[in-house]
Structure formats: structure tokens, C-alpha cells
Ligand binder design. Structure first.
Ligand code: GLU
Length: 329
């Protein structure tokens, strides 16, 4: 009896020790990564959250634990990946291009030669929404109006500055400018603090839905001659349409130009981590696409190359080769 008791006692002690030591090793090995996104009413936040949800399903197996953080947007994400404070982030294809080449907004800092691409995501039309009572119909009509040009660090702020410059405008061309974050702008529009807001964003999204539901607001055409020149001269811009019927009071399609959302990192982030993240998304692709209507038309092969100016991270390329979807070099 005593012998049996003793035996089971030691079995319990030993197995608890083993469990504890396994748990500690697993924990010590867990790699925590953070993804920079955008405002919580945008689509980047949904990209980050969905990637993390798929990665975190198997943390016990691969040891990577992922967190998505709301941030100021593309330019903030690119700068913070460069400084090493973010592991990965979502960024517009135009700003990815400039960060990698050290042009436009990034000319002071110079080229970030360590910037690496994982994949592209949804299209992002440059979206201008105006109060119906402002009578703004085209981008040109913004002149002399109260416009929220976006927070510094956001992709829309950067792209808005490029469009303003192409029209020969500066901040003084408007009656008033504000620099509200994306999450604050629907309320400002409907409180009649501004006449129009801009947002480079996938559709449909909660932000534009909020504004068009709260008050009478119309999407504005952005297709004047200066914009045509921008699209003709730069590979990272393309024509885009915001379909009619997506938002209240906006039954007709709206013509504008746009960019693509892309997912980027640094060459300093390990190959295994990037491989794990890419595999989590591509092996659960239908699940990923179902998560948000802006992802519905995503195509695996196109995602490995469209809108990517920085080289693919070796961890991503490894997965694409295994899956037979690597872009031809
Ligand atoms: N394109 C925006 C930016 O770069 C963010 C859009 C979003 O959050 O979906 O800041």
C-alpha cells in the first residue's frame, strides 16, 4: 500500500515538474510580434487583426504570438518599422515605393534598403466625401472649402499633399484645414465642422458608412487633368471606382484614382517568423477573405507581386515557392 502510494506520489511530482519545464521552454521561445495598422474604423486594422487571429490559432505549434496595434497609418508604420519598434505593418503602395527608394516624403531619411514586402492586400481608392449642402461635386470644388486633410503619418495625408501639389494648391487654397485622424472625421463632417474629408481606404468601410449614415454626404469625383497626369506618370497609382449602392445616398459609382494596401516588414525580422505569418494567411485563405468584404476578391498570385516595390522577404518567398505561387523573377 505504502509502496503504491509512494510510486504514484513520485509520478505526480515528476510529471508536474515536466509540465512546468515544458511550459517555461515554450514561453521562453515564444516570439511576440506587433503589426502596425491604422485607425480602428479603417480596413488596415481589420487586416492586422485578421492576420493575428490566424497566426495565434497555432502559437503553441510555431511559437509566434501576434498583436495588431491601431496607429496613425502608412507613413507612421513605415517609419516605425525602420526604427525597429514595429515588426510589420500595413502601408499604401505609393508610400512603400517612396520609403524603399528614399523619395518624396522619405527623401530626408533616405532609402530604407531593409524594407521588405510580404504581400499586397485590397485596393484603396482615394476617397473624398463631402456634405451634400457644400455642393462639392469634384475634387476641384474643394478650393475655398473647409477640408480635413488627415493626420500627419497617415497615407491619405501624404497622398492628399501630392494631389494638392498636382493642382498647384497649398493649405492656403482652402478656407480652413484640419488634421483630424480618420476615426474622428465622420463626426466632424456631420457636426458641420468641415465640408469634406479625405481617406485612402478599402471599401466598404465603417468610417464612410458612419458618415453617410449620420448625415447627408456624397462621394466626390477625383479625375481632373492633374490626377490623370499622376496616374499616367506613376506605376503605383491606378484608376479606381467606388461602386454605387455601398453607402446611403450614393447610388452611382464614383470615379477616382487609388493605390493598393500592402503588408511590409524589415529584413531584420527572422525568416521563420515571416514564413509562419505568410503561411497562416495563405493556408487559411478562404477564412481570411471572408473576414471583411474588402478582401472578397483577393487572389493569391496577384498578392505576391501587385503594388510591391520592396523585395519580397526571404521568409515570404520561401512559402510562395513551396506553394508554387512565387512571382517570376
Ligand atoms: N490608407 C490609410 C493610411 O495609409 C489607412 C486606411 C485604413 O486604415 O484602412 O493611413
Amino acid at each position: 500500500m505504502i509502496k503504491t502510494l509512494n510510486k504514484s506520489f513520485w509520478t505526480i511530482v515528476l510529471s508536474s515538474l515536466l509540465v512546468v519545464s515544458f511550459a517555461t521552454t515554450a514561453q521562453a521561445k515564444t516570439k511576440f510580434i506587433t503589426i502596425g495598422t491604422g485607425g480602428t474604423t479603417g480596413v488596415y486594422y481589420q487586416v492586422g487583426r485578421n492576420i493575428c487571429r490566424l497566426v495565434n490559432k497555432d502559437t503553441k505549434k510555431h511559437g509566434v504570438s501576434c498583436k495588431a496595434e491601431s496607429t496613425g497609418g502608412s507613413v507612421y508604420n513605415l517609419n516605425t518599422i525602420r526604427s525597429g519598434d514595429l515588426d510589420m505593418g500595413v502601408a499604401q503602395s505609393d508610400w512603400q515605393f517612396h520609403a524603399y527608394k528614399g523619395t518624396s516624403k522619405f527623401s530626408d531619411k533616405g532609402a530604407n534598403t531593409k524594407l521588405r514586402a510580404l504581400f499586397s492586400v485590397h485596393s484603396e481608392p482615394f476617397t473624398v466625401l463631402a456634405r451634400s449642402d457644400s455642393k462639392i461635386k469634384t475634387f476641384y470644388n474643394l478650393r475655398g472649402k473647409r477640408v480635413n486633410i488627415g493626420n500627419p503619418g497617415s497615407g491619405q495625408r501624404g497622398t492628399m499633399e501630392v494631389v494638392m501639389e498636382s493642382y498647384g494648391w497649398d493649405k492656403g487654397s482652402f478656407k480652413a484645414v484640419s488634421e483630424l485622424k480618420a476615426d474622428e472625421q465622420a463626426q466632424a463632417l456631420c457636426d458641420n465642422k468641415v465640408d469634406a474629408i479625405v481617406y485612402t481606404v478599402g471599401h466598404p468601410n465603417a468610417n464612410i458608412k458612419q458618415a453617410t449614415t449620420l448625415c447627408d454626404a456624397r462621394l466626390v469625383r477625383v479625375d481632373g487633368r492633374p490626377v490623370r497626369r499622376l496616374v499616367d506618370d506613376n506605376s503605383y497609382y491606378r484608376w479606381a471606382n467606388i461602386p454605387g449602392g455601398m453607402y446611403k445616398g450614393n447610388d452611382k459609382e464614383t470615379k477616382t484614382f487609388g493605390v493598393g494596401a500592402t503588408f511590409v516588414t524589415s529584413a531584420d525580422v527572422g525568416e521563420d517568423v515571416i514564413y509562419t505569418v505568410v503561411k497562416a494567411v495563405f493556408d487559411n485563405f478562404d477564412d481570411f477573405r471572408r473576414f471583411h468584404p474588402a478582401f472578397a476578391n483577393l487572389d493569391k498570385k496577384a498578392m505576391t507581386k501587385d503594388g510591391l516595390s520592396a523585395p519580397l522577404h526571404p521568409g515570404a518567398l520561401k512559402f510562395y515557392k513551396e506553394a508554387g505561387i512565387a512571382p517570376k523573377s
